[in-house]
Write a protein of this length. Structure first.
Length: 351
């Protein structure tokens, strides 16, 4: 075929630039320079779905793992339990409940001797006043710590002993009475040497309750190890599989904060349900103080998860939004800097 001619009938000017920058683009087509940029490889949808499933599972297991670790590690440590319960000895509601329990116990033991109405009515207030006065002494605080130590140790040994089926948990109050007697003798109380120290068994838990709690204890002991480990593995796997890891970290942070909020809500609901099931309404404030003391660590963990999750999500969002802009400004500043002309190379003179 012949050469193409222009509108005037002659061949096109060889020096005239073409409309497409010298590439000879045909009419109706878009040059490569004017085309919209197309990503070479879009992120696969399957990876995003798998990452979302792993992260959701990790966020769901997080509050359960924290609850199991608190129950299996915090409540089963006798020393930590005694230290947690020690400040309650000075709580007004707890002291009132203990004084009522001690006074009722004394009146119940001496009921056969004080069977007459007037004498019982006259002695009853005196006994309760003496019990309330006793809760303000150092001997009461020592007895409080010793009682908590004895009860917790007995319950823990029963839960860990798989061969003690059908046996109730009992406590011998003789060591506690001996400590009270010694404390009163050190305070120069006149009747302290007359306090009898008798060995008897006071029931704490029935055999049915012990068997039921033993099964739950073993489940919690196993869950306290595997649930946190599974949560960590699922979280790491979800971030590694994700096509955009920054978004995965943001989602994990928000899920962690949501798990902490749900854990705090569960603690509040558990407190309400626990106090509602108590038959003795006047002693519910004392039970509430004990519940708050035991769950203080769990509440702290829940709020820590909320703060940590929101912080991680905020940092990931900020870096994902402003890091590309900062990275784009650096090459622009470098290219705008003036570059000095290179010095001419010295030429050797010809002979």
């Amino acid at each position: 075929m012949g050469r193409p001619f222009d509108a005037a009938g002659g061949p096109p000017d060889a020096g005239a630039p073409l409309a497409d920058g010298g590439r000879g683009t045909l009419p109706g087509r878009v040059s490569r320079r004017n085309r919209a940029p197309v990503s070479e490889k879009a992120p696969p949808r399957s990876r995003n779905v798998l990452s979302a499933v792993l992260l959701v599972l990790a966020c769901l297991l997080l509050p359960f793992g924290a609850l199991a670790s608190w129950a299996a590690r915090g409540l089963t440590d006798t020393g930590r339990y005694v230290r947690t319960m020690a400040p309650l000895a000075t709580d007004p509601d707890v002291r009132r409940a203990v004084a009522d329990a001690v006074g009722d116990g004394v009146m119940r033991e001496a009921g056969h001797k004080l069977d007459t109405g007037p004498l019982r009515g006259a002695v009853g207030p005196f006994v309760h006043d003496a019990a309330r006065s006793f809760t303000r002494t150092e001997a009461y605080r020592a007895a409080w710590d010793a009682s908590n130590l004895a009860v917790h140790d007995a319950v823990l040994r029963a839960l860990r002993d798989d061969g003690a089926h059908g046996a109730p948990v009992t406590v011998d109050p003789a060591p506690v009475i001996a400590r009270i007697k010694q404390r009163l003798a050190d305070d120069h109380v006149s009747f302290a040497h007359r306090i009898p120290v008798t060995h008897t068994r006071i029931p704490v838990l029935t055999a049915a309750d012990v068997d039921r709690l033993r099964k739950g204890y073993h489940v919690l002991d196993t869950a306290a190890f595997w649930l946190p480990l599974a949560t960590a593995v699922l979280a790491v796997a979800g971030i590694a599989v994700a096509a955009c890891r920054r978004r995965a970290v943001t989602a994990l942070g928000l899920g962690t904060a949501l798990g902490g909020a749900l854990l705090a809500l569960a603690v509040a609901i558990g407190r309400r349900l626990t106090l509602a099931d108590l038959p003795d309404a006047p002693h519910r404030p004392a039970a509430g103080a004990v519940y708050d003391a035991l769950t203080s660590t769990l509440r702290g963990v829940s709020w820590l998860l909320c703060v940590l999750g929101l912080t991680v999500a905020a940092v990931a969002w900020v870096t994902g939004r402003y890091a590309p802009r900062l990275a784009a400004r650096r090459p622009a500043r470098v290219s705008a800097a003036p570059v000095a002309d290179p010095a001419p190379e010295p030429t050797r003179a010809r002979s």
